[in-house]
Write a protein that binds this ligand. Sequence first.
Ligand SMILES: C[S@@+](CC[C@H](N)C(=O)[O-])C[C@H]1O[C@@H](n2cnc3c(N)ncnc32)[C@H](O)[C@@H]1O
Length: 191
Amino acid sequence: MPAFLIPAPERVKQFADHLEFGARVLDVGTGSGVLAKLAFERGVRDITALDINPAAVEHTRKLLPTATVVHSNLFENVAGVFDTIIFAAPWSEGEIKTPFDHALYDCGVVERFFRDAGPHLAEGGRIWLQYCDAFPRNFQRLQHWIHDNGFVIEASWTLSAWGQLVKRQVNIVLYEIARSSSPVRTADPGA
Ligand SMILES: C[S@@+](CC[C@H](N)C(=O)[O-])C[C@H]1O[C@@H](n2cnc3c(N)ncnc32)[C@H](O)[C@@H]1O
């Protein structure tokens, strides 16, 4: 068994179907490197990926030799600003006992992410967060973590999937998030 999470294909497809990449991309919690690789395949050349799990970092460095891949607890070892920040976040409740468990259990990481993301998001940049309603307490708090830190949800997409840990259907949601001070995107009236 790999020492990092291998993603379910439908979860990756949700990103592939909706994510719009800017020029500078940061993949937070890169895991198998799947979303950093998607950025590369879509033509992005300024890619930074990070993970707290050393096995994920080692793997992604080999997968994408031209990317900057950093062992980091969220933004701790990252400098600079990014047009696109991606976080396929852990969403379950539980105790982290092994490096792999960081892929499963939230344990406050998403709240910290929103507290610390601001200085790393470029003007007009977007955060793409994937989360799930499997654990209602975490899911309800998510709205506060976003809004209380000066961000706003611009769009969201939901898919129904089987929740392995809770053994029932759950909703996996992809959010496109902007700074609440950013102008809301509107269709070009001249188009
Ligand atoms: C749900 S997995 C997603 C992995 C991959 N991006 C994907 O879509 O399959 C969450 C990832 O975030 C990482 N992670 C969790 N907490 C972290 C933290 N504090 N700092 C950096 N990475 C973290 C985990 O190790 C894991 O690789």
